[in-house]
Write a protein that binds this ligand. Structure first.
Ligand SMILES: CC(C)(COP(=O)(O)OP(=O)(O)OC[C@H]1O[C@@H](n2cnc3c(N)ncnc32)[C@H](O)[C@@H]1OP(=O)(O)O)[C@@H](O)C(=O)NCCC(=O)NCCS
Length: 264
């Protein structure tokens, strides 16, 4: 047995593993240069555990997968460095979140549609983009669904094109009545719809597009959005008719969060 320190946490590794890691130069890979945890660990209870981290894909080394014993599926092994880095960062962060639930060395797997598989009694969601990753997990006794999405800012030109793809004319009219600039409003709606997909897919177990959730209200004071889900979804067991999401806009990114409480 040898003791290996990563991110300030000491862990035991078998001699064989230590040797493999030494051979790969894992001790010099500098994961601290690659990824940095951003948020302090919150208390548990009825609040989900949400952590964020910034990473730098330029410092990503595919050898991290072996060194940190994170499975790299074939499609990820064949993907570009950026996708490998964000995939690894998501798994790394999910394992950190799990430590808050007393689960060590958690390995996040996914089903054939990419839906993350959480341990019994828990559910969660993750999102990454532009060298940033967030992961949010709660207990099933408190939450029916969790979906999060982070989105980089978009230009007004991009927003004009995107809105035609993802929003109905009624939704576009609603956004136009708000005080929000067009690029923020469209990026936020896009992000909200992706959060909805991540939260609702595990319930309905089928793909659904951007027209399956309709924006019906914006509360700028509360920073929340309300959506009505399509009848094709709501007729499926456990699917809610409407959902509310919170949004949070920062200059570097925008985040939407769907937390559907049990009993709601
Ligand atoms: C799946 C999807 C929502 C991911 O969003 P994205 O902005 O591309 O990427 P993000 O980084 O924010 O999220 C990616 C994570 O979503 C999660 N995810 C992927 N498929 C998922 C699913 N079916 N259910 C729940 N979560 C899923 C995964 O954890 C994934 O990260 P990983 O592959 O590293 O594990 C998006 O690619 C997509 O397919 N959208 C079309 C469906 C949709 O949004 N419909 C709108 C309904 S109103």
């Amino acid at each position: 047995m040898a003791v290996f320190t990563r991110c300030g946490i000491k862990e035991d590794v078998t001699d064989d593993r230590f040797e493999t890691m030494s051979r790969q130069g894992s001790f010099m890979l500098g994961i601290e240069q690659f990824i940095r945890l951003q948020t302090p660990q919150p208390p548990l209870g009825e609040t989900p555990c949400c952590l964020a981290a910034d990473f730098d894909a330029a410092y990503f080394n595919p050898a991290f997968f072996d060194a940190y014993d994170i499975h790299c599926p074939d499609n990820i092994a064949r993907a570009a460095n950026k996708r490998q880095a964000e995939y690894f960062a998501g798994r790394w962060l999910a394992a950190k979140v799990m430590e808050n639930f007393g689960i060590r060395n958690f390995k996040l797997s996914a089903d054939t549609r990419g839906c993350p598989q959480w341990p019994e009694g828990l559910l969660g969601s993750l999102s990454h983009g532009d060298d940033h990753v967030q992961c949010c997990v709660g207990e099933r006794k408190h939450f029916r669904a969790i979906g999060i999405d982070v989105q980089a800012p978009i230009t007004e030109d991009a927003a004009r094109k995107l809105q035609m793809r993802i929003l109905s004319s009624a939704e576009r009219d609603l956004l136009a009545q708000s005080e929000l600039p067009l690029n923020t409003a469209v990026a936020m709606s896009f992000s909200a719809k992706e959060s909805i997909y991540k939260a609702i897919y595990p319930i309905v177990r089928r793909y659904f597009g951007y027209r399956s959730a309709e924006l019906i209200a914006i509360d700028e004071a509360q920073q929340s959005l309300r959506f009505r889900l399509d009848a094709e979804l709501t007729e499926l067991p456990g699917c809610p008719a409407e959902v509310s999401l919170s949004y949070h806009c920062q200059p570097e990114r925008l985040r939407t969060t769907l937390l559907l409480k049990t009993g709601s």
